[in-house]
Design a protein around this ligand. Structure first.
Ligand code: ADP
Ligand code: LRH
Length: 447
């Protein structure tokens, strides 16, 4: 069976072709393209049309497949008018329009949506919109699925990141939507991952269908975590680091709200109980500011830099918007009475050590608040290529860290499509059989 996964990450988009046979899933990258936000008249936008045309190019290169699935980042959306036309260009969640939302969610809201406070959650973005002409809200992957098929709808896992979703009932939180004064008409019916959206419109020239996968990239990535038992924590480690555990039901306690833990819907009735850690974004932005493209060389130098010199809180709001990250790190260090990093390797080491500490905090909080015992950490996504980060994480958590797969979201995407076409068995077993994994032990050191 052959499938295509479109996986749009905040750092790059990729179209992956997968072959599933003999109990294995083999992925080939058909096309990869940068995902660069565009600032227009003071507002930061996604280049959705550019992404769409790159996606079509990738689908052509991937060749004939049984089905296509699309996943991407959460929380952002496009608004359509009554004729199905996009009203304006979708805004990027890192735009400053929601930076004024600094309050924690009301307790009664958390009881319903189970969502951690993030200033860019869809609900805050919508409060900044004029919605009079809007007839339909489509989350980004649902928007692309609509452009491919002409069919509008909402997919469960991404809907659960809006803050307007009832996590216990797994449907839109209609009373909350009404209470916030948002128009109920714009929220389309929610479908489960695995349902067919429809055939790709004939004029596009692809003789295939689009299947709704776990369209939130983190949901797809967690579906492909190669865990053997339930006692695992995961770090979905790309631009963001999503750190937590997988549960059967949400944790909606006041303590959980205060610890800023989120309950996002996953496949098969699961809950991703996690905290957003700012992630490799800080490193990406440093590279951009430095004009540096040799990440691997820099990581090697950072591995030899003196440990434990300075620590930042990666979740400090100063690190959220795009910009001059090296200066912001220096300013943070000054503010907290620490020396600023003296050079690039030291700055990189500081970022990675700080991330590892934030992972340790999130994992121990997730275990405590959910009552889960954790005996292994699975680190998936592009960060699995970063041996120093993996080793620092094993050291900080005192747990073995199993790194890989790198393309977890694409794997989760295609496995859900394959299951919708009759593939039987434990999806995670397919990943374990097919993907190279590396284990880092606490105190193990880097070879
Ligand atoms: P996203 O899906 O958010 O775009 P990815 O999962 O693709 O993110 O991960 C991107 C991150 O992976 C980069 O920010 C970078 O830090 C890391 N990465 C990519 N390639 C390498 C590499 N060769 N060595 C170390 N880290 C890497
Ligand atoms: C990761 C991710 C994450 C969201 C953020 C907006 O790509 O989807 O799960 O919180 O982007």
């Amino acid at each position: 069976m052959r499938f295509t996964a479109v996986d749009l990450g905040a750092s790059s988009g990729r179209v992956m072709r997968a072959e599933i046979s003999g109990g294995r899933v083999d992925l080939v990258e058909a096309h990869r393209f940068p995902n660069r936000p565009v600032s227009v008249a003071g507002t930061l936008h996604w280049d959705v049309l550019g992404l769409y045309s790159q996606m079509l190019e990738g689908l052509r290169q991937a060749g004939p497949v049984e089905s296509i699935g699309i996943d991407s980042w959460a929380v952002d959306y496009g608004l359509l008018d009554g004729d199905g036309r996009l009203i304006g260009n979708p805004v990027h969640y890192r735009d400053a329009r929601t930076s004024g939302y600094t309050e924690r969610l009301d307790a009664d809201r958390y009881e319903v949506n189970g969502l951690q406070f993030l200033p860019f959650n869809t609900l805050y973005q919508l409060l900044e919109e004029r919605l009079d002409r809007a007839e339909t809200l489509l989350m980004i992957p649902d928007l692309f699925a609509y452009w491919l098929t002409g069919v509008r709808g909402a997919e469960l896992t991404n809907a659960s990141t809006t803050g307007l979703f009832d996590v216990a009932r797994r449907d839109w939180a209609r009373p909350l939507i009404d209470r916030l004064g948002l128009p109920a008409r714009i929220f389309p019916e929610i479908s489960e991952p695995g349902s067919v959206v429809g055939p790709v419109t004939a004029e596009l020239g692809f003789d295939t269908v689009v299947t709704r996968v776990a369209s939130h990239d983190t949901a797809s990535a967690v579906a492909a975590v190669p865990a053997r038992t339930p006692d695992f924590a995961y770090i979905s480690c790309g631009t963001w680091s999503l750190v937590g555990v997988e549960l059967d039901s949400p944790v909606l306690s006041e303590e959980s709200r205060a610890a800023n833990f989120t309950n996002e819907a996953g496949i098969d009735g699961t809950i991703r109980y996690l905290r957003n850690v700012m992630g490799l974004w800080i490193l990406q932005e440093c590279l951009r500011a430095w004009g540096e493209s040799d990440l691997e060389g820099l990581l090697q130098a950072a591995a030899h830099a003196k440990p434990g010199q300075m620590t930042i809180d990666p979740d400090d709001p100063a690190f959220l918007p795009p910009g001059d990250m090296p200066s912001r790190i220096a300013a943070y260090c000054e503010r907290t009475g620490q020396p600023a990093p003296a050079d690039r390797p030291q700055a990189v080491r500081c970022i990675l050590e700080s991330l590892a500490l934030a992972y340790q905090r999130a994992i121990s909080d997730a275990a405590r608040l959910s009552g889960r015992e954790i005996d292994v950490v699975h680190l998936v996504g592009g960060g699995a290529r970063n041996a120093l980060l993996c080793q620092l994480t094993a050291d900080a958590t005192g747990l073995p860290v199993v790194a890989g797969p790198v393309e977890a979201a694409a794997l989760g995407n295609v496995l859900v499509q394959a299951r919708a076409r009759g593939l039987a068995g434990d999806l995670r077993e397919f990943v374990r059989r097919s993907q190279p994994l590396r284990t880092y032990h606490p105190g193990g050191g880097l070879v």
